[in-house]
Design a protein around this ligand. Structure first.
Ligand code: FEO
Length: 395
């Protein structure tokens, strides 16, 4: 069922309350999500994006209930990833030859995924526009690497809506569609989680793009992303948040993460957390077991932190596999302006702390020399090393 957005624009997407994972099982979904598609009915009728492959038949069926598909003058494919292009094959079987406006890279990604179908692609780049009648135009803005090379945003003049695709989105189901109807805490939490886990590696590009969009002087009355709530009330709040988050963001928080074999490293983790709180009661301190907590949620906490402590016991001359996988993810996200320390227990060789320090440096953290290495179980002498580690992280 379509839902009214603004002017002659309606939402025709899919709200997925049951989704638990995204990008395979790489992104956890806690509060549902949506794939937002939009139908513009001016003198020209335009469909902006579609929905994910599993929902393609329902999407086309619903669209047919709202409009004669042959009335669609063209489709805008802002992004080729299958959560937005996944219904194209089913749709184009019904209306072959309908023009698809997208970037040159989107042609590559769409044809790469669905094969060469001889679709009627119209390649556009930043600043290109198309008249849709009633004095309104669609203006295209390439959003290269935000977050794919093919990503694009589309701006509707007159109604002043920016269809931003993935940028400014959240994996958050909002039946009422709009940010002013959503739970503000959840909205902010999910918007930040999305930024951290999907966009943070591209912050240098994002900063330039936000400047570029600013210079276009487009009045923005609404930001309609391809996931989650539409920013209707104070839409620029999310643009301002992105600018803040992209500038090596941190709060007064220190996060301790670890995994443990026989609870020794766990004891150190909690002792470090207690010492951090003792030395700086105003600092928020959080502790996560990497093997048990949600990795995407942990990354959001790391993003908010000014420093982290990472612990693992030594196993087979290295660290635990849970920590190894997490460190690789940490490196991918390219966090900036954060300190780190390492700690861990060992029985025999004891390499984990040194290796953790190396990996944290590779991930872009400023690693403090203070560390805690504890043979067998943490003893009094090990705990006496913790105040110096905490002080170095808080300095
Ligand atoms: Fe929501 Fe990059 O797809």
């Amino acid at each position: 069922m379509k839902k009214y957005v603004k002017g002659n624009v309606n939402w025709v997407g899919y709200i997925d309350w049951e989704l638990k994972w995204f990008h395979g099982e790489d992104y956890s979904i806690k509060n549902g999500s949506s794939q937002n598609a939009y139908l513009i009915e001016e003198e020209k009728t335009v469909l902006i994006d579609t929905v994910w492959l599993p929902h393609r038949f329902e999407f086309v069926e619903n669209l047919e209930k709202e409009i004669d598909l042959h009335k669609i003058d063209f489709i805008v494919a802002n992004h080729g990833e299958c959560d937005h292009s996944g219904s194209l094959v089913a749709l184009m079987e019904k209306i072959p030859g309908t023009p698809i406006y997208c970037t040159a890279n989107a042609v590559k990604s769409i044809e790469g995924q669905y094969g060469k179908q001889n679709w009627n692609f119209h390649v556009v780049k930043t600043g290109d526009s198309v008249d849709i009648g009633n004095g309104k135009q669609l203006v295209f803005v390439e959003m290269r690497m935000l977050h794919w090379p093919d990503s694009m945003a589309t701006y509707l003049t007159g109604d002043n809506i920016l269809f931003s695709n993935d940028a400014f989105g959240q994996h958050y189901a909002v039946e009422e569609l709009f940010n002013d109807k959503a739970d503000p805490c959840l909205l902010n939490k999910e918007a930040m989680k999305y930024f951290v886990n999907i966009l943070n590696p591209f912050t240098p590009i994002l900063i330039k793009k936000l400047e570029e969009i600013g210079k276009l002087n487009l009045p923005i009355e609404m930001i309609a992303p391809s996931h989650g709530a539409i920013w209707r009330e104070n839409p620029m709040q999310i643009v301002n948040k992105y600018a803040e988050w992209a500038a090596a963001y941190q709060e007064n928080q220190v996060t301790v993460v670890y995994d443990t074999m026989w609870e020794g490293t766990a004891k150190l983790a909690h002792a470090i957390a207690a010492e951090l709180h003792k030395q700086s009661p105003e600092t928020v301190v959080k502790v996560f077991n990497l093997a048990k907590a949600d990795k995407n949620e942990i990354m959001t906490e790391i993003f908010k932190s000014r420093a982290i402590a990472v612990g693992s016991p030594t196993v087979s001359n290295s660290y635990l596999s849970s920590v190894a996988g997490w460190l690789e993810f940490l490196k991918q996200l390219k966090f900036k302006n954060k300190k780190a320390a390492a700690f861990g227990c060992y029985g025999w060789s004891g390499e984990s702390v040194k290796l953790l320090q190396e990996k944290l440096r590779e991930a872009g953290f400023t690693v403090v020399e203070e560390n805690v290495r504890s043979q067998w179980n943490p003893a009094e002498a090990d705990f006496t090393a913790i105040p110096a580690l905490a002080m170095a992280l808080l300095a």
